[in-house]
Design a protein around this ligand. Structure first.
Ligand SMILES: [Zn+2]
Length: 311
């Protein structure tokens, strides 16, 4: 009877253009939502994204020397000998004399980690380019990073090493949140590691000026306080120096204001800075096929070493 009266009321309401708002029978409430996952730290659009944006006035940068760290005693030797100052000759300084052998996983290779490999920037990233050379050549950092990453992917495909290409799209900007989010959301049976590949830039009056000749070399950044991140960075830095003969700028980490891709990724994460594209010596090498392949080979050798020995 009650439902019949309700139906009559609803029909009259419709007749007068007043649609019934109440459901005729109570609907069950939707199940309670699970508690929201904690949001990653917010990326400030003005914060440094890589070492090229770290200012001298920022927090002190910690330069880590393996020999001074009592926690690192597991054979991750780190060659801290300074290289001679740059010569006037801008030829490539690849360390061809005792370059380690070809990258080979060996017959007993077993995948241990899922490598989330990030190319740092997209074609829409502002700045981040070398001065234009008299012959018209110019290095764009996003193109350098992606060329190195592609060479790494090719090798990992051949070797059967599992990896995740975090940002395959080219026409993007910095996309910091997405880089981190994709890696964090990736479902993997293997524990994940994050590797971000970059070229560096030193202080210069403008994009068309070179930085000081002494500002050059390779450095690897890790999340301050992360022992696993530090161990991971040590393997990459050692392989990069051994395979290029570039100036060793060691491991680096900031106490505060750490790069978003290092502090918001929920996995050990490092960022390699593979030469200064606004140093006229480093740039000469970074424009060549040979150097890019050596950088890629060093990353692959480090990946295989970490897969073999763990961090
Ligand atoms: Zn960069």
């Amino acid at each position: 009877m009650k439902e019949f009266l309700q139906a009559i009321t609803d029909i009259i309401a419709v007749f007068f253009g007043d649609a019934p708002e109440r459901p005729r029978t109570p609907q069950p409430l939707p199940p309670a939502l699970p508690p929201a996952a904690p949001l990653p730290p917010v990326a400030d659009p003005n914060e440094p994204q890589d070492a090229g944006e770290v200012q001298a006035s920022d927090d002190p940068v910690v330069v880590s020397h393996e020999a001074e760290d009592p926690r690192v005693t597991d054979g991750h030797e780190f060659d801290a000998d300074p290289l001679p100052p740059p010569s006037e000759d801008t030829s490539i300084e690849l360390n061809n004399g005792d370059t380690p052998g070809p990258v080979n996983p060996g017959p007993e290779y077993r995948a241990r980690y899922m490598w989330c490999i990030d190319n740092g920037h997209g074609s829409l990233t502002a700045g981040k380019r070398s001065p234009v050379l008299p012959d018209g050549r110019q290095l764009l950092e996003f193109e350098f990073n992606r060329d190195v990453a592609r060479r790494i992917f090719d090798k990992l495909d051949d070797l059967g090493v599992p990896y995740f290409n975090v940002i395959p799209e080219v026409e993007v900007g910095n996309l910091l949140l997405e880089r981190v989010d994709r890696a964090n959301r990736l479902s993997s049976a293997l524990p994940k590691l994050f590797l971000s590949i970059h070229g560096n830039a030193g202080p210069a009056p403008s994009l068309q000026d070179f930085t000081d000749d002494s500002v050059r070399g390779i450095e690897t950044w890790f999340y301050h306080g992360s022992t696993q991140g530090r161990n991971l960075a040590a393997v990459f830095q050692r392989q990069l120096i051994a395979r290029t003969g570039f100036k060793n700028r060691h491991l680096r980490s900031k106490v505060t204001g750490q790069f978003y891709v290092l502090r918001a990724t929920r996995m050990p994460a490092i960022l390699t800075e593979n030469g200064f594209y606004n140093n006229r010596f480093d740039l000469a090498a970074m424009l060549t096929d040979e150097f890019r392949q050596a950088i890629a080979d060093a990353h692959v050798a480090a990946i295989l070493e970490v897969d073999r020995e763990g961090i």
